[in-house]
Ligand binder design. Structure first.
Ligand SMILES: [Zn+2]
Length: 197
């Protein structure tokens, strides 16, 4: 027996989400059907609200509901240090370490292993920051995987054009581990022990 068409469609859509396999998608869909209608409506509204009201900050790329974001508006932060990360979730992890510089978020929606290339990256806002002369150091806080390695070399090349010092996080993050999941102490040590590229 097959599920009713609308239910099958819901399962298909849920399955498109990262880390959701067919079994989990089925479990979530059935859970939603059993939930009170107002709960389901709340979830739908939360998804639509977040999608319409949150977008990348025009200065740093961090996902925010105001533009520029709170971090870019904060005058007390060190404008001389620019930390480059792949996702807003990485910034949230780095913020917990007490880092007080500025950020640049790539919002990476490609995978270099899938033959996508770096020319898809819009680096204009990044280059604008470097051109301004305010940035003295770029910290590459990229994930320790092959994509992060290639991306890091590419960004370091761009920063060097502007004579900006480039550093990367010290080892200590497990290879293949991700910044957003690193604990605060490991991440703080990786930032403090950063090395020039
Ligand atoms: Zn910002």
């Amino acid at each position: 027996m097959k599920f009713a068409k609308p239910l099958e469609f819901l399962i298909d859509e849920l399955q498109k989400l990262p880390t959701i396999g067919p079994k989990t998608a089925q479990r979530l869909a059935l859970y939603l059907l059993k939930s009170p209608e107002e709960e389901v409506n709340k979830l739908v509204k939360a998804i639509v609200d977040a999608k319409t009201r949150v977008s990348p900050c025009s200065v740093c790329g961090c996902l925010s509901d105001i533009d520029p974001c709170m971090i870019c508006r904060d005058e007390k932060r060190d404008k001389g240090i620019l930390c480059v990360a792949e996702e807003t979730s990485d910034i949230i992890a780095i913020e917990k370490t007490g880092f007080k510089g500025q950020y640049y978020v790539i919002n990476k929606d490609f995978n270099l292993m899938d033959n996508n290339d770096l020319t898809q990256l819009d680096l204009k806002p990044f280059e604008e920051r470097l051109k301004s002369g305010e940035v003295k150091e770029v910290i590459l806080a990229l994930n320790p995987d092959l994509d992060g390695e290639i991306l890091g070399r590419f960004l370091a090349g761009v920063a060097e054009k502007y004579g900006v010092k480039v550093t990367k996080l010290a080892y200590g993050l497990p290879v293949g581990g991700y910044i957003e999941f690193a604990d605060e102490i490991t991440l703080r040590k990786a930032i403090e022990g950063r090395q020039e590229v």
